[in-house]
Design a protein around this ligand. Sequence first.
Ligand SMILES: [Zn+2]
Length: 336
Amino acid sequence: MKDSILSQISLLNEEEKSRLYLIIERFLNDNEVDIVNEQVKEKVAVANNCPHCESTKTRKNGRQYGVQRFVCNNCKKNFRASTGSVTAHLKKKELLKAYIPNMLAGYSLEKCALLTGISKQTAFDWRHKILSALGKYQKSQMLSGICESDDVFIEFSEKGNQNLDRKSRKRGKSIFVKKKRGINDDKVAILISCDRKGNKHLQVATRGRISAEDINTILKDKLEPKTVLCTDGHRSFEAFAKKNKLEHQTIKVSAKEYVKKGIYHVQHVNQTAQDLKKWLQSFNGVSTKYLQNYLNWYALKSIIEENEVKKTIVMILTSFSAWYEFKNIINLAYIN
Ligand SMILES: [Zn+2]
């Protein structure tokens, strides 16, 4: 029996093999990850903050419809392990496990929807809930040693917005208020930083030209002590480095200075910027309010690729702020 299956597998062509791989992977996921269990384990293990008032004085409070409930001793409200997570308010929780590998494989929304058995709108919403969950990991990553930083401009866009028919209420913080007059208002600046250990940090900074203050807000708590900053020598970086007493190596690529400066160069960050632009193009126009989510994805891509699917799913399931962050983006208004 076993021999005949193996000999049949060896006869499959590449496409059939990759289909088989997906079927096996889905089978393993269906059997390995118990969504509710993983979330309960995580909630009990870490400081179990109340999602309503953030008090840590919480305790288990029986089960409702088979799901573990918690109660807050401070505000007396009940909550579940899934409150605030990707699975909050989801009717088809189990389908998430099939959806996540499809999404991470880089399939289009149509294909993900089809393979998972959900609508395209649901596939879009899930994509962004998942990317909101990844934001937590991108935020907690630190940079150290030699850190290369640069800013890159992306066209400001309200296109590609899948939710245009949803009335956008003017709630949530808007990074787009800071529109600056005169300089590249139609562009959004992204600050890209990467160290030599492969850690990446990508953050939407502002509309128009990036200031020392923008850089300070984004990077001041991200760099370990004694980090050496490598940039193209733009004045904003100079001012940021001075303010934070960082060693700053400037490399003007146009002057071919990188030959002289040896280990100090900005080739990684330049490469990352080019690669990011190419990758973003594959989504056929990213709406600016969803841009940070795609940056979260991009920054963690190599970590996700090295991880088992199961680990990645658990990482996504155990963010308990994803749902709130996703709601914030949906309610984000474009302010010109
Ligand atoms: Zn509470």
